[in-house]
Ligand binder design. Structure first.
Ligand code: ZN
Length: 720
């Protein structure tokens, strides 16, 4: 069974008293039969689908009149498959199967219908049509558009919203004509008999992918050429068609297509669509996977869409802005750079309505302008390189706008992108008053930027081995995906319409971390919406297995909340800004008498002055801490303990200093500008502890002049 995409689906919704839930179509098997004697056509389609995590009435779409239906082979009156308005805009209704199905089940729906003009939007310049001319000669075309609802596969064949990938197997049968016909398609065609074809489309496809035309052969002209592509090395046959009466020079266009296909591989990445590119040179301009129907003017634009739009595919229609925006940016040379102007009105390219069925009309001009703004922030070459990398990573499943935002912020490390998405993609105004989002540094932390208490073990930041929504921190497990979690709070009087949380990992414990260099670029980020005043929300992001360090690495986690009008200031520590949090907590299991060494780093990368500091082990309230020793380079054999008064000069390689808790045990260090020490905290479990005891240690770094704590790390020993 194919994987499901429920994580990309719209939420369940109650419509006209029905609890409507998304389903995931696995395969559609349909016969479209055209009768030249009656000048008619009919469809018979079977949809194999699975239900999601919620029981309810599944949603799908078909813009034809259903005459008979069966659910799991039992007859179902067609009026129980009616359209309902989900609030997605003009003509964006969806059919709901009026039958409550359980969660996680497999079902089949079969429908029969007369083929006629789709009951859908008539937007665009090349409409879907089924017409007959003397002969009889059939002219049938899918005629998709992004600009009107109900105009993808659902115009002719049952289909899902575009989050869903499914296999499509079509049988095309032409009755009562002797005139030879041809099939123009990006599917794999097998002629199974006279006037009968089987066309299959791969399980990667969504409702916006398949290209299909059936026309009398003598009304068409066909030519082909080949090109060997420079990145994949694949040889692609360019299959070009036009109406026989058309004036387009196919050979000229084949030459253009050969050069554009090659150029797109160089700019963006390998061609996804096998060994064919199919172009029907006719009217309008519409993209398909490895194909297009287009007049010559937009042909280059539509060809680029086989990378962006029909290579990387949008997960919803609201997400489809970026495929037009990035394609126009490339049409214009992929070199635009123009700083954002936040006095310009907000622009909504990605509406927050999951039922929207059309690409935002401003996606072309304002979308191109958005990418020019991004280029001004991160550099044209960097933007092009990142978009190419995003392409490579996202060919398997449709992607969201937040996927793109998270990726660009993580990889570029530019926090201003969050405000740019806020205003010029999501269309949100400036929050008044400014929002103030924060993460606690300590259970006692009330939300102020400045927090004098313990800050190196944030209770609002934790790691889980799995996406189980647990709320206690777990030591990460190597070799699998782990999950970052954070609890974000809004202490302002404004709702936070949009914010993003970044997660970074230092593969060493450090006592001092500074924004932005230690926080950005980052490993993962997660984008969110609508946190009300006084509210909090738990957010999460996948920590990819390949980036989880080996077992035994004592990592430190750093998180930052980024929002329009609420970014951390450069140079701030966690305890100086409430948008920042760190979890410098190592959890180890040890038996009585055993030891562990926690490596950590002390540096002076910020200022021109020699940094003078103390390292100090805080006393525990219980007074039962492990015995502590400070090592310089923990890989070197430990010498007998030295006097703690020996200064930095005495802390040479291999030196070990006893580190009793409290001010009396402080160890002074001097770190020259650009200096960095790699130290080790060796903790030994006292012999008199018992299995089940938990020992906690906090090692802190104090500024020598002010006495204030500027960094810290926590160790929790679970005695076994
Ligand atoms: Zn386009």
């Amino acid at each position: 069974m194919a994987p499901t995409n429920f994580d990309l689906a719209p939420p369940a919704a109650t419509v006209d008293g029905l609890l409507a839930v998304p389903c995931d179509i696995q395969r559609v098997t349909a016969t479209l039969e055209f009768d030249g004697a009656a000048s008619s056509g009919r469809g018979d389609a079977t949809v194999e689908f699975t239900t999601g995590p919620e029981a309810g009435n599944p949603i799908f779409d078909l813009r034809q009149t259903i005459t008979s239906a069966w659910l799991d082979a039992a007859p179902l009156p067609p009026d129980r498959l009616s359209h309902h308005d989900f609030g997605g805009g003009a003509q964006a209704e969806l059919r709901v199967i009026e039958a409550v199905l359980g969660a996680g089940e497999a079902h089949t729906l079969r429908v029969q219908y007369q083929l006629g003009p789709p009951q859908a939007s008539t937007a665009g310049s090349y409409l879907p049509a089924l017409t007959w001319a003397p002969g009889p000669r059939l002219s049938f075309n899918f005629g998709f558009t992004d600009l009107g609802a109900g105009r993808y596969l659902e115009a002719w064949v049952p289909a899902n919203l575009i989050f869903d990938q499914f296999e499509l197997v079509l049988t095309l049968r032409l009755l009562n004509t002797a005139v030879p016909h041809a099939v123009i398609t990006n599917g794999a065609v097998t002629e199974v008999g006279p006037h009968e074809w089987s066309v299959t489309f791969p399980g990667r496809f969504t409702a916006l992918s398949p290209l299909l035309e059936v026309r009398a052969q003598d009304t068409l002209t066909r030519a082909t050429g080949t090109v060997t592509l420079p990145v994949s090395g694949n040889t692609v046959t360019v299959e070009a068609w036009k109406p026989a009466s058309g004036s387009v020079d196919l050979n000229t266009q084949i030459g253009n297509l050969r050069s554009w296909l090659a150029a797109n591989e160089v700019s963006t990445g390998p061609y996804l669509h096998g060994s064919r590119f199919v172009a029907f040179l006719n009217v309008g301009g519409m993209e398909y996977e490895g194909g297009t129907t287009s007049s010559p003017g937009p042909l280059r634009h539509e060809t680029f869409h086989s990378w962006w739009a029909r290579g990387v595919k949008p997960a919803s229609q609201a997400d489809a802005w970026w495929d037009e925006a990035w394609t126009v940016y490339n049409d214009q040379g992929a070199a635009g750079s123009l700083p954002f102007d936040f006095s310009e009105p907000p622009v909504e390219l990605c509406p927050r309505n999951p039922w929207a069925r059309i690409t935002a009309p401003d996606s072309y001009g304002d979308g191109n302008r958005f990418f020019a703004g991004v280029a001004s922030l991160i550099g044209v070459a960097n933007l092009n390189a990142l978009m190419s990398e995003f392409y490579d990573r996202h060919l398997q499943r449709p992607v969201t706008t937040t996927d793109l935002e998270e990726f660009l912020v993580c990889r570029s490390g530019n926090p201003q992108l969050v405000g740019a998405f806020h205003r010029f993609v999501f269309g949100f105004a400036e929050p008044v008053p400014a929002v103030d989002l924060w993460l606690r540094d300590d259970p006692e932390h009330g939300g102020a930027d400045s927090w004098p208490g313990r800050f190196w073990d944030s209770p609002d930041l934790w790691v889980r081995h799995a996406e189980d929504d647990g709320t206690t921190h777990q030591a990460p497990v190597h070799g699998r995906d782990n999950w970052f979690y954070a609890r974000v709070r809004n202490r302002s009087l404004s709702a936070a319409r949009h914010f993003l949380v970044t997660f970074n990992v230092k593969s060493f414990a450090g006592t001092e971390f500074v924004y932005p260099a230690d926080f950005l670029p980052c490993i993962a980020a997660t984008s969110h919406f609508d946190l009300e005043p006084g509210a909090s929300a738990v957010v999460k992001a996948r920590w990819p297995a390949a980036l989880v360090p080996p077992t035994g690495t004592h990592a430190c986690w750093l998180a930052a909340v980024l929002a329009r009008s609420d970014l951390p200031r450069a140079g701030r520590h966690v305890w100086e800004h409430n948008n920042l949090a760190q979890k410098n907590l190592t959890i180890v299991e040890l038996a009585p008498g055993d030891s562990v060494v926690i490596p950590f780093v002390v540096h002076n990368l910020a200022g021109p002055q020699t940094k003078r500091l103390f390292l100090e082990l805080l006393p525990t309230p219980e007074g039962n801490g492990p015995h502590a020793t400070l090592l310089h380079d923990p890989r070197v054999a430990v010498r007998p303990p030295l006097d703690a008064r020996v200064g930095p000069a005495g802390l040479g390689p291999g030196v070990a200093l006893r580190l009793p808790p409290g001010p009396g045990g402080r160890i002074p260090l001097s770190v020259r500008p650009e200096g960095q020490f790699r130290l080790g905290l060796r903790l030994t479990v006292p012999d008199d502890t018992k299995s089940g005891d938990v020992l906690r240690s906090d090692l802190v770094q104090r500024d020598k002049a002010t006495g204030s704590i500027v960094g810290g790390l926590a160790v929790e020993i679970r005695v076994v």
